[in-house]
Design a protein around this ligand. Structure first.
Ligand code: ADP
Ligand code: MG
Length: 499
């Protein structure tokens, strides 16, 4: 068995109001890739920041190459040979590749001048070792994100790093770029570098991982050889519950009361005469292949896209919806795939986000301090939607993705929205956070909100909704009762094949 290079024992770290790490352990051998997984907020990044000297632990020990260490700064850890590639890259865009690699350690000539030639030659050597085709003299901002990441790796290697930490390295990469990265990882492993690999894309781990450690809620759960554990077991450990319970139990049935009637919506050839109803307390799925017109339908109802004809009726009255502002006034909200577009001010506090009317048309109250009443309203939503936060005045940035999404929802509810359209609400987030969103949607339905969920994941549609609309090339090809349908039937309609 290869020698241990890093040994973490009983490390704890507390931030105001949050126990990010509670006596966790983790070890790393030379020449192994050790995956660290866990839901958002499990404490993975916090541990990595401790290993790289950015944070100091409150307790526990860190042994590196057989000696106990106390890194006081990122510099100390880096000089000791621990390299870290962050989610957000840490390079200087307008400098060259070589300048980035040797920043602060530039080679000099005998006379003390910068030795650009040597720097470029050395950089070229390292890049060649990694087998990547990047010129040392090119400016960083001319490179793709994946190439920039390779430069980060080259930089870590140039410092003779013996440990390399990769925190979600593939989140911004394409499939081919991921393959390239994996080749480099294999290469580093065979050179004896120990690699800590953090990712929420569990499927990709099988290509590179030797061992896997799971954290949950700041606690250490287990370490296993990757070959000895199934995907299902990993997920169970991460979320602390069984997969069969992936969807919350519905606690209400839709009422007979129509919240919204959509009639004969036409938008060029994108939406061709679409009609349906949405009931109070109903979860209605919107299924279809890419380009079927699902988001376009949502945007047409929300007034974000124009429509050529068709009516949107609420309580028997035709609504005059020409813009999102009109839709919002009539209680209709659209949560697009992109949270930032929805006006979540991530640098501001939860209460400010919920109560501040910060959409462009009503931005006048920006900056006003919350009154007691507003705090009370925020508290109600935090309770009602189960927003996990140490306080109402927490900055939204520090919340997990799922909780940020709840803040967006709270904001819409504060504005009296009764019809919520979620567009791919769980895309790109991990299993546990998905469950939280399903729970949120279930809670909304229980409150009598009508929810429309656009999703490409059929298990999600089947697990969550009361009825499903299926679109194919802009046409509504089926309206199905979820409990009477199947994945195959939905797919058939989505492909335009009929029943
Ligand atoms: P992960 O990387 O597994 O998603 P993190 O280590 O980022 O988890 O976060 C663990 C917990 O610590 C979360 O609840 C997070 O909100 C909290 N946290 C992380 N960094 C800070 C910070 N600088 N200030 C306050 N809380 C933080
Ligand atoms: Mg993280």
């Amino acid at each position: 068995m290869a020698e241990l290079i890093l040994d973490v024992k009983d490390i704890s770290k507390t931030f105001p109001g949050v126990r990010a790490l509670d006596r966790v352990s983790f070890d790393l051998r030379k020449g192994e890739v050790h995956a660290l997984v866990g839901e958002n907020g499990a404490g993975k990044s916090t541990l990595m920041k401790i290993l790289s000297g950015v944070y100091q632990p409150d307790g526990g020990t860190l042994t590196y190459k057989g000696k106990e260490v106390h890194f006081q700064s990122a510099r100390e850890s880096s000089e000791a040979g621990i390299g870290i590639i962050y989610q957000e890259l840490n390079l200087v865009p307008h400098l060259t590749v070589a300048q980035n690699i040797y920043m602060g350690r530039e080679p000099r000539t005998a006379l003390g001048y910068l030795d650009d030639r040597k720097m470029n030659v050395d950089a070229a050597k390292i890049l060649a070792e990694l087998n990547v085709d990047i010129s040392p003299a090119v400016r960083l901002n001319k490179l793709s994100i994946s190439k920039q990441q390779m430069v980060e790796i080259a930089k870590a290697l140039s410092k003779d790093s013996e440990v390399l930490i990769m925190d979600e390295p593939t989140s911004a990469l394409t499939e081919t770029e991921i393959d390239e990265l994996f080749k480099v990882i294999h290469k580093l492993r065979s050179r004896g570098v120990g690699i800590i690999y953090i990712s929420h894309r569990l499927e990709e781990l099988k290509h590179i991982v030797d061992r896997i450690t799971v954290f949950r809620d700041g606690r250490y759960i287990s370490t296993t050889n990757y070959a000895d554990i199934t995907m299902e077991e990993i997920i169970n450990k991460m979320v602390g519950r069984k997969l069969e319970n992936m969807f919350p139990v519905r606690k209400n049935l839709p009422t007979q009361k129509k919240l919204l009637e959509v009639r004969h919506i036409v938008h060029g050839s994108i939406l061709r005469d679409i009609s349906f109803d949405l009931y109070e307390g109903e979860i209605l799925g919107l299924s279809g292949l890419m380009g079927a017109g699902r988001s376009e339908l949502a945007r047409a109802i929300f007034g974000a896209d124009p429509r050529d004809s068709g009516d949107i009726i609420r309580d028997g009255k035709k609504l005059d919806i020409r813009s999102p502002a009109d839709a919002i006034r009539h209680g209709i909200a659209y949560l697009s795939e992109n949270r930032k577009e929805e006006g979540l001010a991530v640098k501001m506090r939860i209460d400010q986000n919920v109560t501040m009317a910060n959409l462009p048309e009503v931005s006048k109250r920006f900056g006003i301090i919350s009154s007691a009443q507003e705090l009370q309203a925020t508290q109600n939503y935090v309770d009602e939607l189960d927003i996990r936060t140490p306080s109402l005045v927490q900055v939204v940035n520090h919340l997990s993705g799922g909780n940020q999404q709840k803040v967006v929802v709270a904001k819409w509810l504060f504005r009296d929205s009764r019809i919520l359209i979620f567009d791919e609400p769980t895309r790109g987030i991990d299993v546990g956070a998905k469950f939280a969103i399903y729970e949120l949607i279930e809670r909304l339905a229980r409150k009598g909100v009508g929810v429309i969920v656009i999703s490409s994941e059929l298990p999600e549609i089947l697990g969550m909704t009361d009825r499903v609309l299926v679109l194919h090339e802009g046409r509504l090809t089926a309206t199905l009762r979820t409990k009477d349908t199947s994945q195959e039937e939905i797919l058939n309609y989505a492909a335009g094949l009929g029943a």
